[in-house]
Structure formats: C-alpha cells, structure tokens
Write a protein that binds this ligand. Structure first.
Ligand code: GDP
Ligand code: MN
Ligand code: MN
Length: 252
C-alpha cells in the first residue's frame, strides 16, 4: 500500500470545490481511497468562528472558572461556550473539555482547532463529516474518509482518526473467520477507516506542510463482512459512563 500526498493544494477558502481541486492534481484509480483532513473540509464549508461570536452562559463561565482554578491557566469562557454549542454532551468538563460531537465523535474541545486557521480565531469541525465524505465520494467516485488529529485516552500523543467516511464500510468484521489454528475469532472488528486515517495523518503532517489530502493506493478491504459502527453509544460505553461520574480533585 502507498500513501501519496496530493501536491500543490492552495490555502482552502469558503466555497472552494475540494473535489475539483483534488481531481485536478492527481489521477485517481478506481481502487484508491482519498483521505481529507477535516481542517480543509471545514475551511471549504466556512466553519470558522470568532471568540466574540460566543456569549458565555452560566455553565460556560462556571466551567471556565473551574478549569482556570484547577490548571492555573486562564480559560476563556467564550471558548467554553463554543465547545458547549458544538457538543451534544460533555463527557468531562474539567480539567479539560472532553466533548461528544453531534455526529458521535468524542474528542477534546469538540475538535475546535486554533492552528492552520488564518484570519479567524477558531475552526469548527464539519457539521456532518459523514455527509461531507458522501459528497466528496460522489464527486470523486472513490471511497472518501474525512480525518482529524485527535488525542486518545491512556496514551500520550495524538493520531489521525476518521470522523466521516463514505463509499466503504467503517470496519472489517473478522468475527466468524479463523485464526492460524482454526480457532474462530469472536470479537475482532477492525476499524479500518481509523487505521487509514492514521496512515494518512502520518503523511499529511500537522504543521505547515500544506498536504491535507492523501490517496491510499493498492490497499484493499478484502473479502470480509463490513460494519459501519464506529462511535459507541453512551449505553455501550462503560469508560465514558465512568468518566461522566468522575470528579477531578486537585490533590497535588
Ligand atoms: P486536522 O488534523 O484535520 O486538524 O488538520 P491540520 O491542521 O493538522 O492540517 C493537516 C495538514 O493540512 C497539514 O499538512 C497542514 O499544513 C495542511 N493544511 C491545513 N490547512 C490547509 C489549507 O488550507 N491548504 C493546504 N494546502 N494545506 C492545509
Ligand atoms: Mn483538527
Ligand atoms: Mn492534524
């Protein structure tokens, strides 16, 4: 498998036709997968915002005060308000905001970015990354994944994850297939869209590289059942339930 950065993409502006910009710069093959950083999907959709757009409510002010007291770093209540407005629920509110977006992805600050955003304070995640992926898939005629750099519990560092996808299942379902000893696999559902998003992110980079779109070439889903379940429901997520019940106390 190869991961190829699409060269020469410009700074993306509201209203830009991302599919056309990509198609003009690379000859896609029928079995390619295109991975697009959510940053440029958001820019094309005009999902920038100013802190002054957000009028902090009581909850945002209370959370910002608590984060400031816990961390010793001033938290802007307008930023807390932006995260609340971009979220369906807060999994944690202090010492940092861990939010569930309306489309199901749980991430710090609801994925609101402050880097690679000229001329604005904030860049919000696409409103519906699955719908964005679908539109790009229809225009490009290959599977499309919309990715974001995201942290993860239990480990330092961030990596790429899929926030939307179209034209392929989210996961390979290995259940019912055999291991090398013929033992039937009972639980393995491989989140291939996350694995491809991580591979893409490795090539796209994080800083000023200017390569928000990659093409995954010579990879194949193979002969497996597919699943589109990626985001866990609260009811099935014991870790999330435990976090929501947890209160941070600074005992340093
Ligand atoms: P995120 O992971 O989706 O939040 O995206 P990042 O901000 O980490 O950017 C991923 C890659 O896209 C990096 O190589 C950036 O330099 C690049 N990038 C971000 N915005 C633009 C843009 O408007 N145009 C181009 N050409 N590259 C961009
Ligand atoms: Mn991001
Ligand atoms: Mn990134």
């Amino acid at each position: 498998m190869e991961v190829i950065a699409v060269p020469g993409l410009p700074e993306i502006r509201p209203g830009d036709d991302l599919a056309a910009l990509v198609a003009d710069r690379i000859d896609l093959r029928p079995d390619d997968v295109v991975v697009v950083a959510s940053t440029v999907v958001s820019k094309a959709a005009g999902r920038t915002a100013s802190l002054s757009d957000f009028e902090p409510g009581e909850r945002a002010r209370e959370i910002a005060d608590r984060i400031t007291a816990l961390t010793g770093e001033a938290k802007d209540p307008r930023f807390a308000q932006a995260v609340i407005e971009e979220s369906e629920a807060l999994v944690l509110d202090a010492p940092f905001l861990l939010a569930k977006t309306r489309f199901g992805h749980v991430t710090v600050n609801a994925g609101i970015d402050r880097s690679n955003v000229p001329e604005a304070d904030l860049l919000l995640l696409p409103e519906d990354p699955g719908a964005s992926a679908q539109a790009l898939h229809e225009a490009l005629d290959v599977p499309v994944i919309v990715s974001d750099t995201s942290g993860r519990p239990f480990r330092h560092g961030q990596r790429g994850v899929a926030v939307g996808w179209a034209g392929m299942p989210a996961s390979r379902d290995w259940r019912g297939e055999a291991d090398r000893d013929g033992r039937e696999l009972g639980v393995t559902v491989q989140a291939v869209v996350d694995e491809l998003a991580a591979a893409s992110n490795l090539v796209a980079g994080e800083g000023g590289g200017g390569t928000p779109v990659t093409v995954i070439r010579d990879w194949s889903f193979g002969d497996h059942a597919g699943s589109d379940e990626l985001f866990r429901d609260r009811e099935a997520d014991l870790v999330r339930q435990a976090l929501e019940d947890w209160t941070y106390e600074d005992d340093s």
